[in-house]
Ligand binder design. Structure first.
Ligand code: UN1
Length: 513
């Protein structure tokens, strides 16, 4: 538990259980129900956290409402200044927070640090944005009239985040929402509450230094009941939810029923196409990182590899040489590339999926074992699997949140590969490896990839924060992070001003009396 102790010490928290000891604006004070948090890295108990009740939730929302009244009056560039200070604090805490992410969630330290880097980057992005929340001006059809649109804060933004990016995805939402003048109430995954509480500590200090109410950013540790309360709550005009399609449909329905806004970031079933013109060496680097990185638990993980038949055997042989040498082990140890799955339920999902796809006719080429013995006591370490499969298999159509890579053969032109790539319900990330411009442009064209993210000679995972992140179809349609994703966190208002002494009506309507 050194990562935990180190992080908590740096934050000045004396007790191992931060949830008991602080006066944070987090929901959990009323409940006796405690959830024990075990690290997937070594199976040790790292904390016990109280789960919030609906009463706790209500108290947090009321505090957030109060804070919004203050925050919306702060000029946007000044809100940016607060986010700049948060970014600086994150720079200071990058190492211990990255370690805590790695220890609590199981991703390797490089990726834990990378996740905190994403938070720092989105802070910088949001600071710049705080001076660029631009609307347009339009020419009125009426004389001596002026027309423009402007963006105003929405209010409370509910953020439901997943275990796999326990802190970065929240920060994409919270930092943009903050410069937009909104306050956020964050329900992190109940599997990763410690990293969330650590962030709340960091932020609380920045807010206190600036004499701002802590309710500008709140965290509530709870289960699906709390997520559901948020989805149904008219006091929360926008709910941004990251997780499974099953969860997203529930949230989307509940928010839709009250005509609120939702930003949904759901499952992916991402493919890399390798045409006969692929640079195979380069493609394999992307494939392996995409398929086994984060132990296959990114929503952008590479799940399907669609390979031209002329290079299929070569690609397969090379992958089968690489996979046995992937260092699997403690995510905090130097040299590890594959850490554990989040918990034993995930391990069961992984092995069940492999059984089921083999029943459908899939051929398991390598991997699929659950590791035992020294270093693997947590029971959450597996060997990444490669399966030869067909796109139409039921299992290939589903997102299994684990390191399973399906090899799918295509023949003929790139259009055939694109059809396979689009032939799933999800539409998050996609890539093509080809040095032929006709193929890559076809992939990016309006009859090409139907995903929210389409890359050329880059894998499916590891997007930069500067672009809008999200996908189509069952992925939910939301966009967060860069580009103009900020607009969803604001309400648009069209303003028309008459500076003449007459009242002409639009459309030239005469209405004299
Ligand atoms: C996620 O898995 O929910 O593009 C987000 C990527 C990361 C974000 C993934 N920047 O893989």
């Amino acid at each position: 538990a050194t990562a935990v102790t180190e992080m908590l010490e740096k934050l000045g928290i004396k007790e191992i259980n931060p949830a008991y000891s602080t006066g944070l604006n987090w929901g959990g004070q009323n409940n006796k129900e405690v959830r024990e948090i075990y690290s997937p890295a070594d199976g040790n108990l790292i904390a016990s956290v109280r789960m919030a009740t609906e009463e706790d939730y209500d108290a947090v929302i009321r505090k957030a409402e109060e804070a919004f009244k203050v925050w919306r009056t702060v000029p946007a560039p000044k809100r940016g200044e607060i986010v700049r200070q948060i970014g600086n604090k994150l720079r200071e805490f990058k190492e211990p927070l990255g370690k805590l992410v790695s220890y609590e969630m199981g991703k390797i330290l490089q990726e834990g640090l990378g996740e905190v880097q994403e938070m720092i980057d989105i802070c910088d992005f949001a600071v710049g944005l705080s001076r660029q929340l631009q609307g347009s001006t339009m020419h009125s059809e009426r004389a001596s009239h002026r027309m423009y649109d402007q963006y105003h804060p929405l209010g409370i933004v509910g953020v439901i985040s997943a275990f796999n990016f326990p802190v970065a995805v929240w920060s994409w939402n919270a930092m943009l929402a903050a410069v937009c003048g909104d306050v956020t109430v964050w329900k992190p995954s109940e599997k990763t509450p410690l990293t969330a509480l650590a962030c709340q500590h960091i932020i609380r200090d920045v807010l206190a230094d600036n004499e701002l109410p802590e309710g500008i950013f709140s965290v509530i540790i709870g289960d699906a009941k709390i997520g559901s309360a948020m989805a149904h709550d008219v006091r929360v005009p926008l709910v941004s939810a990251t997780g499974s399609t099953r969860m997203g449909k529930k949230v989307g329905e509940a928010v839709g029923a009250r005509l609120g806004k939702s930003l949904l970031e759901l499952g992916g079933n991402n493919a890399i196409i390798m045409t006969e013109n692929a640079d195979i060496e380069m493609a394999l680097r992307a494939v392996v990182f995409g398929a086994v990185g984060t132990c296959g638990q990114r929503c952008t993980s590479t799940r399907r590899l669609i390979i031209h038949d002329s290079i299929y055997n070569d690609v397969k042989a090379r992958l089968l040489k690489i996979y046995p040498n992937l260092p699997i082990g403690n995510p905090l140890s130097d040299g590890t590339l594959v850490g554990p799955l989040i918990d034993k339920d995930a391990v069961e999902m992984f092995t069940n999926a492999l059984d089921a796809v083999q029943k459908e006719g899939g051929k398991l080429l390598i991997g699929g074992e659950v590791l035992e013995g020294e270093g693997y006591e947590s029971g959450t370490y597996v060997t990444p699997a490669i399966v030869e499969a067909k796109n139409e298999y039921h299992l290939v159509q589903e997102e299994t949140f684990a390191p399973i890579l399906y090899l799918i053969k295509y023949s003929g032109s790139v259009e055939n590969a694109i059809e396979i790539q689009n032939g799933v319900k999800q539409g998050l990330s996609s890539s093509i490896f080809s040095t032929n411009m006709l193929e890559t442009e076809a992939f990016l064209s309006h009859w090409g990839s139907d995903c929210g993210i389409a890359n050329v000679n880059i894998g499916t995972s590891g997007a930069e924060i500067g672009g809008a992140f999200g996908g189509e179809k069952e992925t939910g349609g939301g966009r967060e992070s860069g580009s103009d994703a900020w607009k969803v966190y604001m309400r648009r208002q069209t303003n028309t001003i008459n500076f003449g002494r007459e009242l002409p009506l639009a459309q030239g309507i005469k209405f004299d009396f």
